[in-house]
Design a protein around this ligand. Structure first.
Ligand code: SF4
Ligand code: SF4
Length: 456
């Protein structure tokens, strides 16, 4: 109980006031007290004192948390609920072990970009071969157990090539003012390469050279499942690679990865890890605070609404920056939805392990989005993007979900993106990103992508 016992002082701070009950998205759906922070703290207290053990039910209760931190920001005593839940999951994994699936994923798949590329390739073939369409139409998936039909619909539309394979390892910007390392994460790399290309467009327009060191998963899926060892291993690899790249900023376009990278110092506990974490910035933070940001000249005539990812607003305190960027885009109108920071229910793999509950939480978000009448939803987290898109699709809406960077990129490219072959994977609703001119100089890897992008 080492880690949990260390956090005992956190539990002792709980005055059982119930503020967390009033705001917990899971309680609001289930009305189950054990799912609330107060309920979990009560149970963990009993666990440490040996009055209860790691029963199956106790394990389920600890897995039922979105780590959204809504309770934390409403707690008058500052109880660090997310840290407690993570520590409890670590103890649970130690006491009862992880499934073979999780162990394989954390120790072999997510710790090696080669293995993840292979899986992405298989997913792409599953879709491209028509097998996915046949499986869905024939009702075959519905015959499978564990709600696999619903979970299969959450598979991202993986493209033919990963983002990192489309671009050279360094994208030099003439007259460079800043040089950053880009942590693109697994989702941008395999599911949303459009976001990665949009980042390159935006950085280039703002005088920033982008370096793409080899990298592996940020480690959040492992940590959130209690596998601290795998998370530390993944963190160590990323720290070494970015150190070797010699960059003084690590910029991230994924809220979840960003919060994880900012926590490497505490997770790994070394001086190098602490220094690495100090360099990490969410892309919206970086653009508003560290460069003289200039939006493009082309108007983007549309009304959008913005969804605050939990990992951006409550984990990193970033919520004004993306709005400032959007409001700077000529022609764009930002219409706020009700409770833009309400959790969408994604929470990493939560939408796979507790799909119905996850979608029930997300339904509130879908209704808020539709009530704005906005023509698109913008967010800063690819995991939220996937969840929001599924919620809207289930509600019969064609409103697309996109990343802040893809909107910014449009303001530099205007209508010219129509000249390009879309990189957005089939089935994904988003905007077509293209780079600006000048990239032809960057060498062999760049010539490879000329097949799929017509430069403008
Ligand atoms: S809001 Fe904080 S102090 Fe109040 S019951 Fe919840 S965890 Fe305890
Ligand atoms: S972190 Fe979110 S889901 Fe977890 S207990 Fe707190 S409010 Fe509920």
């Amino acid at each position: 109980m080492g880690k949990l016992t260390e956090l005992r002082s956190q539990m002792d701070r709980c005055s059982k006031c119930g503020n967390c009950q009033a705001v917990c998205p899971l309680y609001l759906e289930t009305k189950r007290e054990p799912l609330v922070a107060r309920g979990k703290i009560f149970l963990l207290d009993n666990l440490i004192d040996g009055r209860i053990g790691w029963s199956r039910r106790m394990g389920e209760i600890i897995s039922l948390c979105l780590l959204c931190r809504t309770c934390e920001v409403n707690c008058p005593n500052g109880v660090q609920v997310a840290s407690l839940v993570l520590a409890a999951r670590e103890e649970l994994a130690r006491a009862r072990g992880l499934s073979i699936w999780k162990k394989t994923a954390f120790h072999y798949l997510l710790t090696s970009s080669g293995n993840l590329n292979l899986l992405a390739r298989l997913l792409y073939l599953y879709r491209w071969s028509g097998l996915q369409a046949v499986a869905r139409k024939s009702g075959l998936l519905k015959a499978l157990p564990w709600g696999l039909a619903d979970k299969e619909r959450l598979l991202p539309a993986v493209g033919r090539r990963a983002f990192a394979r489309m671009v050279p390892p360094v994208i030099e910007t003439p007259g460079e003012k800043r040089r950053i390392g880009y942590f693109y994460g697994c989702m941008t790399n395999h599911a949303y390469p459009a976001t990665g290309l949009a980042l390159l467009t935006v950085m280039r327009a703002n005088g920033v050279t982008v370096v793409l060191p080899p990298q592996v998963c940020c480690g959040l899926p492992a940590l959130a499942s209690g596998d601290r060892e795998a998370a530390v291993e993944q963190a160590g690899r990323n720290i070494r690679r970015f150190q070797e790249a010699g960059v003084d900023r690590v910029v991230v376009d994924c809220a979840s990865c960003g919060s994880m990278l900012k926590g490497y110092g505490e997770l790994v506990g070394t001086r190098e890890a602490g220094e690495f974490s100090q360099k990490v910035r969410d892309v919206a933070e970086f653009l508003t605070e560290e460069v003289d940001f200039r939006p493009g000249a082309y108007p983007v005539e549309m009304t959008v609404t913005y969804h605050d990812p939990c990992h951006l607003k409550r984990h990193q305190g970033v919520h004004r920056a993306p709005r400032e960027l959007l409001q700077a885009v000529p022609g764009l109108a930002l219409r706020e939805m009700e409770r833009a920071d309400r959790c969408c229910g994604s929470a990493g793999s939560f939408n796979l392990t507790h799909h119905q509950l996850s979608m029930a939480v997300g339904n509130h978000k879908t209704r808020s989005i539709l009530a704005t009448g906005a023509k698109a939803v913008v967010t800063g987290c690819p995991a939220c993007r996937l969840q929001l898109a599924q919620g809207l699709e289930q509600a019969g809406s064609a409103v697309p979900v996109t990343h802040t960077l893809e909107i910014l990129s449009r303001s530099y490219l205007g209508g010219k993106e129509k000249a390009a072959v879309p990189l957005v994977a089939e089935g994904e609703k988003g905007f077509l990103p293209v780079w600006g001119s000048g990239l032809q100089e960057t060498g062999k890897s760049c010539r490879k992508i000329n097949a799929s992008i017509r430069f403008i």
